[in-house]
Structure formats: structure tokens, C-alpha cells
Design a protein around this ligand. Structure first.
Ligand code: URA
Length: 225
């Protein structure tokens, strides 16, 4: 079992010094008893801070509705980041949360957030066959022949040798389509349409594997179990 101060610090409750102060102030209980010692061994599920259970002690997985205009990096300078939309405590966790894959600054939609490195590996690996569903608005009328082309596994992205795996294109109307892909190459959706001479004007991810945005509004997040 971890030390109480290490446990709280790793879950983002503050620096080692700050969490020790929480303990000294009597705000932390273990199995119903006010904790006194910083180095007491504690099971995360027995610990309360200010009467509240610890947040995602076994790893955090959440879904964010990324709004347009936000970048998926921790770095400053490229505009507001998705991390500004999430509780600051999540970025103070060790390991900190990160997005599972990325969406472009100009793309909105479903982004998974986690501190579980194995999930990032698994769900962004080129071998992962997780379906991602995008809704695209394009600048020229879509034609039914494109359904076959996207499904054929022959689309080549500029600068890449390997063609894209088959993708499912559903035409909603002249300028709107839904595209389901299993890969996650850089700017893949925009580049697939570009290979057909089209520009994507608007792009939104509606689904990632089993997860869907539901009623989540842009900028809102929801914890997943
Ligand atoms: N494909 C893109 O072109 N952009 C995204 O953000 C995601 C997929």
C-alpha cells in the first residue's frame, strides 16, 4: 500500500508539502479515522478528503467534447489548450492526464482523456482497429462513386506510400458526409477528402469506439467508468 502523502500527491491533491498540510489540518480520513501521520500506509479506497472519496484512484478515463479553437498539447503559444477545460487536478496527477490521440485545432468532438498509458498505447496503436466516426462538411458536392473509392483501400495520402485502409463513407447530402475510419494518421480525414480534390470546411468526431458524445456540450467533460 502507498504512503498517504504520496498517494494524495500522485492523485493531484497538491505537492507533497501541500498534501501534508491537508493531513495536518485534519481534512483527511482513512477508514473513518482522521489521519495523523503523513507516511501511514493507506488503501486509496478507504481515504476521504474533506469527506469526499478520492477521484479515480485506479486510473482516470474521461470524455471531453472538444470545441473548435482548442489545441491538444500541453505547450503554450498555440492557443487555448484542452487542459484548460479540465480540472487542474488532473494535470497535477502523476502520471498526468493526456488525450488519447489528438484532434486538430479546427476539429470539434469526442476526445478521450486518461492517465492510463496502456490505454493510450492500445487505442492509438496502428494495429488498433477502433472505429472513429467523423462528420464532415466539404466544399464540393459529394458523389456516390466516392463511397466505393473510400471503401476500396486504395486512397493514397500525399507523401505516404501505404494506402489508407478501407473506410466507410455515408453521404448525408450534397456537402455532408459521415466517415468511419479505423486508422488515425495525421490529419487523416482532411487528407482523404483532399485526395479527391475536396476541402473539409467543418469536421467533428461523433464517436470513438464504443463512446459517443450524447448530450455533452462543447467544452464539457464526463467521467467514464
Ligand atoms: N482527421 C483530421 O483530418 N483531423 C482530425 O482532427 C481528426 C482526424
Amino acid at each position: 500500500m502507498p504512503r498517504l502523502d504520496q498517494l494524495l500527491a500522485s492523485l493531484g491533491y497538491g505537492s507533497r508539502r501541500e498534501v501534508r498540510a491537508l493531513i495536518d489540518e485534519g481534512k483527511v480520513t482513512v477508514a473513518g479515522v482522521v489521519a495523523k501521520k503523513h507516511d501511514a500506509k493507506a488503501n486509496a479506497h478507504d481515504v476521504l478528503v474533506d469527506g469526499m472519496a478520492l477521484e479515480a484512484p485506479d486510473g482516470l478515463l474521461a470524455m471531453l467534447h472538444k470545441p473548435i479553437g482548442y489545441v491538444c498539447t500541453h505547450a503554450d503559444g498555440e492557443g487555448p489548450t484542452i487542459y484548460e477545460l479540465l480540472p487542474a487536478r488532473w494535470s497535477r496527477r502523476n502520471p498526468p492526464v493526456t488525450s488519447i490521440g489528438r484532434l486538430d485545432k479546427d476539429t470539434s468532438g469526442l476526445l478521450l482523456i486518461t492517465d492510463r498509458g496502456e490505454l493510450v498505447q492500445k487505442w492509438t496503436s496502428p494495429k488498433s482497429d477502433i472505429e472513429k466516426v467523423y462528420e464532415a462538411e466539404v466544399d464540393k458536392p459529394l458523389s456516390p462513386e466516392m463511397i466505393e473509392i473510400f471503401a476500396s483501400g486504395t486512397i493514397r495520402l500525399r507523401g505516404e506510400d501505404n494506402p489508407c485502409l478501407p473506410a466507410k463513407l455515408e453521404i448525408i447530402d450534397d456537402l455532408h458526409a459521415r466517415l468511419t475510419i479505423t486508422e488515425g494518421r495525421y490529419h487523416q480525414v482532411r487528407r482523404m477528402f483532399a485526395s479527391q480534390g475536396m476541402h473539409v470546411e467543418k469536421l467533428h468526431r461523433a464517436k470513438f469506439g464504443e463512446y459517443e458524445l450524447g448530450d455533452l456540450k462543447p467544452g464539457e467533460w464526463q467521467m467514464l467508468t
